[in-house]
Ligand binder design. Structure first.
Ligand SMILES: Nc1ncnc2c1ncn2[C@@H]1O[C@H](COP(=O)(O)OP(=O)(O)OP(=O)(O)O)[C@@H](O)[C@H]1O
Ligand SMILES: [Mg+2]
Length: 232
């Protein structure tokens, strides 16, 4: 198995003095699907921010897709971020841009040739099932549709890893299942996925690895259980 993500004794203390993570160790192989669970404030988003090198750990080492995060030169951060699709907890869609434009922006930042942009945005929107909404503004979409738009933006650069931070946060159970099914289908094509969630119903019903945090400590790391079918 190829290791995609590795955290070794990672601790993070914020400038305010808050210890968000203490001595976290885990690794994730290429192609895995992992649920990251834990109460609010337990450190899930902090782990994601470390993985995309938005933050540096206070101590410990982190490897993501062969990049040593702590030693990564600033100039290499864009190369790292092309390998990771991040679905933000608060989506971060630009309200004055259409769905198409929001997703095209990621490609423009990554300096994808103009001629390829339209096709790639449309492919990503097809994949998440909202191509018919491409010319609408975020305010004109439902919560589930917005979440799909955020996932399309995370996918558009064909990343090796997708980190989805609470992608079912404000959705009803049925829409939540649709979003999780979508992430599963992306995972089946080989993308490594970590999904942070509070949704115990979904975690219980799917046979996936579960990593649990509590007050910044790793308190649970269970392999996919055999009892769940993974089908719903
Ligand atoms: N930028 C920051 N500065 C200072 N403290 C922070 C910052 N971001 C998060 N924290 C603190 O670090 C701890 C972990 O926060 P984090 O956002 O990682 O939790 P979380 O598990 O994602 O929570 P939630 O489920 O509510 O999204 C919390 O105590 C939080 O208040
Ligand atoms: Mg969070």
């Amino acid at each position: 198995m190829t290791c995609m993500i590795k955290l070794d004794k990672v601790s993070k203390k914020y400038g305010t003095g808050v210890f968000a993570l203490s001595e976290i160790n885990f690794s994730v192989d290429k192609g895995e699907f992992v649920f990251l669970v834990g109460p609010t404030g337990s450190g899930k988003t902090t782990i994601f921010r470390l993985l995309i090198r938005d933050l540096l750990p206070s101590t410990g080492s982190i490897t993501v897709a062969d990049f040593d995060i702590v030693k990564l030169p600033h100039g290499k951060i864009p190369t790292l971020r092309k390998k990771i699709g991040f679905v933000f907890q608060d989506l971060k869609l630009l309200l004055d841009q259409t769905i198409f434009e929001n997703i095209a922006l990621s490609l423009e930042i990554a300096k994808v040739p103009k001629a390829d942009i339209k096709k790639r945005v449309e492919e990503a929107l097809e994949k998440v099932g909202i191509i018919n909404h491409k010319d609408k503004f975020p305010i004109q979409l439902s919560g589930g549709e917005l979440q799909r738009a955020a996932i399309a933006r995370a996918l558009v650069l064909s990343p090796d890893i997708v980190l989805a931070d609470e992608p079912t946060g404000n959705l009803d159970l049925e829409t939540s299942w649709e979003i999780v099914k979508l992430l599963e289908s992306i995972n089946e094509k080989g993308t490594t996925i970590i999904m942070a969630t509070h949704n115990t119903e979904i975690v219980k019903n799917l046979s996936k690895r579960v990593i649990g945090l509590d007050k910044g400590r790793l308190v649970r790391d269970e392999p996919p259980s055999r009892k769940a079918s993974g089908v719903k």
